[in-house]
Design a protein around this ligand. Structure first.
Ligand code: SF4
Ligand code: SF4
Ligand code: SF4
Length: 897
């Protein structure tokens, strides 16, 4: 870029060609007021407040859209400029309601702030009355367009950042306003209530709804969203030990000033009246509040007795992919160093183990290979078995931006029509459970047509010939017959992907929650390696993670077969390092995975369990059986924020602090390690999980030497090579990701640019095996389970977030229009969904987004738990239960039922 020098307020400053005057002024520390500019939005010069004077021509220029040109002499504070800015503000105030004292925007209003900085106190111009009702029917956003200054930030945020297209200007001249199509209410539009426009609106025209005016917040704390694995940066605004508001962190490299409805409006579960505020012990079937001493003494005594009587492996810990890295590290230390067992697993077993096993096998690393920013630079993106629009909205935004604004082509593989279908260049709708056949079909086309990256394959990978030979049966005819996807579409997808300079694969639970999940992941890794897309800028494999710290929980060794940092439990030196540090002898046999713990509890082999922040009684398949198994334990202790379905079965319940009440780190799906900061004191007597673990270990006669999460991270850095370069101070200023850790340099964004951790990427043939869980034998329909935007996981938090609950209070089952007509069902009918293992009652929604013969039910609703319908069937390698699809039938509930 060419350097350009100008005179700015009498000082010579240099920028580069294409830079605007406003950008250069900011870079030079010169403040220019503006109400319509935002670093994440395209500048449009709408408010004109950023006017500056070009002293050579005398022209007044809107500095946000005027590029610098050599020799410019710019004044940002000339009398003409100041006068003009004052006039603009006065005009805005003249058409603004006189409601500052009661406006919730209050001291955050940028219009008011700029007016006061300019010394404008009273409106001198004749008032221009504004009409328009306040819109506040939906539970999230209140719109009072009488306060709108037509800056178009909301419209640009909606179009450019979250790419929903929910709002635009309607009407003209003085009647112009930002509104939905035909000015219908937001809840009837495409709006997803992400709150991005609200956070950007400079006035009280758009505000968070659902709270009464609470005055000016006193503290703002930068932390990380506690819901999905995207790990969006959020700012918690706090007053009187209460979270008042959440807004997107402007600096976060993950979310670029955006959030989704969960992150923006779901935080009030923290203050739910259902929060546990003291330890509970079950006496004669009823819970009674006790002191921490009493509760922890009881837990320590019971665990010691079980260990002495039945051995260490009769105990098990299920940790949480919602807890911090430090807490997960301590949990596995508690299991290995104190209880003496490798029976430690975490909730991500339900969805991410196939990635860990499959990618670990193929490319030597168990996670996403690239960053979100690079995904957005891809020329072609395959999204398969994932609906990021609901499960990982920040990823959904990035994909939509790539397609809409950067020329990327999206190949969507999904039997169900999701919002992404509108952005797809090519949409493949395979039959459920046929992913391996489809991916092998793509691979064969790429090889047969010579589209693969020969140099990459030769230099960086192994086993190519074996892979090529294994694909003989995956002829176009076979793949079309098996998957239902037309041959020309398979060929087109393969050619598009292989032909792109940078191509990415995004997958999620639709791939991993099948018994063939690991096979599918390996098959996807084959495609990525064949085309050299595991080391390019802009290309990679993106394994979406469900919960906020699924990646971190696994990194921290909350796994039965691996020590922290995926270090082998059989490696003598590694074991020695931990043993010396912990002063304990570590168990050598691999432990039980989550579902195996349940199985062994049922068989009476596992006698005691600690479950932290997970709700297996609802989230695991065959939940009736899981509940029975948990109830049959000699001793169950649960640490949670709420009395969940699982906690209800426990002998002791320990009240855990929320994400907003503790320090630590989360690692997002990219591998980005981010600081979690305490914003408020823990509610009641609740404690952060790390403190609970330390206190419990001490009571079991094994004091742990930590008085802060930072000390835990210091030990992690010592013992876990993957995290060796981390320090709390680094997080303040720099982002770190896997590539940084691998290369030892900051700023690198590619994994495996040089070599795979195991030397070569390993092609592996995988054979398609037909699914056994599809319709037939009296169950003529196939049920697909999945995520929705307005709730999360088992709903234990999102259903206690008042606005999310109000907007989406109950579950439902979706059915294709033709099937509904054939079977005689209509919207709102109450039905039983019956599978070979269970049945749930819910209401019907008729839709045109499903193929015939398929139903869809959202997870997250305890009153109609989808998991009740699934048997426990595990992926043999990942031990992940199949939770995506099963055979069902529908029965109408008669009035007598
Ligand atoms: S509603 Fe707010 S963000 Fe949108 S145009 Fe009006 S003032 Fe700007
Ligand atoms: S809340 Fe989000 S989706 Fe709705 S209009 Fe605003 S930016 Fe668009
Ligand atoms: S995308 Fe995920 S991390 Fe970001 S705000 Fe939404 S739930 Fe939170």
């Amino acid at each position: 870029m060419e350097a350009v020098t100008i005179i700015l307020d009498g000082v010579e400053v240099s920028g580069y060609s294409g830079m605007t005057i406003l950008e250069l002024a900011r870079e030079s520390g010169v403040d220019i007021p503006t109400l319509c500019d935002d670093p994440y939005l395209t500048p449009i010069g709408a408010c004109r407040l950023c006017l500056v004077e070009d002293e050579r021509s005398g022209a007044l220029l809107a500095s946000c859209v005027a590029p610098i040109t050599p020799g410019m002499v710019i004044s940002t504070r000339s009398p003409r400029v100041i006068e003009r800015r004052k006039t603009i503000i006065k005009l805005m105030l003249a058409s603004h309601p006189d409601s500052c004292l009661v406006c919730d925007k209050g001291n955050r209003c940028q219009l008011r702030e700029i007016a006061s900085e300019m010394g404008i106190g009273q409106v001198e111009f004749q008032r221009i009355p504004q009409s328009g009702a306040i819109e506040e029917v939906n539970p999230f956003i209140e719109r009072d367009l009488s306060k709108c200054i037509l800056c178009a930030k909301c419209i640009r945020a909606d179009h450019e950042l979250v790419v929903e297209g929910a709002i635009d200007y309607i009407d003209r001249g003085s009647a112009a306003k930002p509104a939905t199509l035909n000015d219908m209410p937001l809840e009837k539009s495409e709006c997803t209530f992400c709150g991005t426009c609200v956070a950007m609106c400079p006035t009280g025209a758009l505000m968070e709804k659902g709270r009464t005016y609470g005055g000016t917040t006193t503290t703002t704390v930068n932390t990380v969203c506690p819901f999905c694995g995207c790990g969006c940066g959020i700012c918690l605004e706090v007053k009187d030990n209460r979270l008042m508001r959440v807004r997107p962190s402007a600096e976060s490299p993950v979310n670029h000033g955006t959030l989704c409805v969960r992150g923006c409006y779901g935080y009030d579960f923290v203050h739910s009246s259902e929060r546990l505020t003291s330890p509970l012990v079950k006496i004669d079937g009823d819970f009674q509040a006790v002191s921490w001493e009493q509760a922890l003494d009881r837990v320590a005594t019971e665990f010691k007795q079980i260990k002495e009587k039945h051995g260490s492996d009769s105990l098990a810990i299920l940790g949480s992919s919602k807890c911090t890295n430090e807490e997960n590290y301590l949990l596995q230390r508690l299991a290995r160093g104190v209880l003496g067992t490798n029976n430690i697993d975490n909730g991500s077993r339900l969805y991410s183990s196939a990635s860990r096993v499959g990618l670990g096998w193929s490319i030597g690393f168990p996670g996403t290979t690239s960053s979100l920013a690079e995904l957005e630079q891809s020329g072609v993106i395959i999204v398969i078995g994932a609906n990021p629009v609901t499960s990982a909205p920040a990823v959904g935004y990035a994909i939509k931006r790539a397609v809409r604004y950067k020329g990327a082509k999206l190949v969507l593989v999904d039997p169900r029509e999701t919002k992404l279908a509108r952005f797809a260049h090519l949409w493949l709708r395979p039959k459920l459970g046929t992913d391996v056949a489809l991916i092998n079909g793509l691979t064969k086309v790429i090889i047969d047509e010579g589209l693969f990256d020969e140099e990459f394959v030769t230099r960086r990978t192994d086993n190519f010939t074996k892979l090529a030979r294994s694909l003989k049966t995956y002829t176009p005819e076979y793949v079309e017959k098996t998957t239902g996807v037309p041959t020309q579409d398979v060929q087109l997808a393969a050619r598009l992907f292989a032909g792109a300079e940078r191509a990415s694969i995004v997958y999620g639970n639709g791939i991993t929650q099948h018994v063939t999940g690991t096979d599918s992941v390996v098959a996807l890794a084959n495609v990525a390696m064949l085309t050299g897309n595991t080391g390019h800028r802009g290309g990679g494999i993106f394994a979406l993670q469900w919960e906020n710290n699924a990646q971190g929980a696994c990194d921290m060794g909350s796994l039965p077969d691996l020590l922290p940092g995926y270090q082998d439990i059989d490696d003598i030196q590694t074991r020695k390092n931990f043993e010396e540090c912990w002063g304990a002898c570590l168990p050598t046999n691999a432990g039980l995975t989550a579902l195996e713990m349940i199985e062994q509890a049922r068989e009476g082999k596992v006698k005691g369990m600690l479950i932290v922040g997970e709700n297996p009684a609802l989230s695991f398949p065959n939940s009736s059986l899981v509940k029975k198994a948990l109830a049959s334990l000699d001793f169950l202790v649960v640490a949670d924020m709420f009395l969940t379905e699982t906690a209800n079965l426990a002998a002791v319940v320990l009240p855990a602090a929320s994400f907003a009440e503790k320090e630590g780190t989360f690692t997002n799906f990219e591998g980005r390690v981010q600081r979690v900061r305490k914003a408020i004191e823990p509610l009641g007597d609740s404690l952060p999980d790390w403190e609970i673990i330390v206190q419990l270990a001490g009571r079991m006669g094994y004091p742990m030497p930590y008085s802060s999460p930072q000390q835990v991270m210091d030990e992690i850095k010592e013992l876990v090579p993957l995290y060796q370069r981390l320090a709390y101070t680094d997080f303040e200023t720099e982002e770190l990701d896997w590539a940084d850790l691998e290369s030892g340099r900051l700023g690198t964004r590619r994994l495996y640019k040089g070599a795979f951790p195991s030397g070569f990427g390993r092609f592996s043939p995988v054979e398609y095996t037909p699914p056994t869980n599809v319709s037939g034998n009296g169950y003529p329909l196939t049920l697909l389970s999945g995520s929705i935007l307005y709730h999360f996981g088992s709903g234990s938090r999102s259903l206690r977030a008042s606005r999310l609950k109000k907007f989406s209070p109950h579950g439902w089952v979706e059915i294709n229009q033709a099937d509904a007509k054939r079977l005689g069902f209509s919207d709102g009918d109450v039905v039983k969904v019956i599978s070979p293992v269970g049945e749930v009652t819910t209401t019907v929604r008729v839709t045109d987004t499903l193929p015939s013969g398929m139903l869809f039910m959202p997870m997250s609703f305890p009153e109609s738990p989808v998991t009740e319908l699934f048997d426990i069937t595990l992926d043999p390698r990942a031990k992940t239960p199949a939770l995506k699809g099963c055979a069902v039938r529908l029965e109408r509930i008669s009035a007598d039922d």
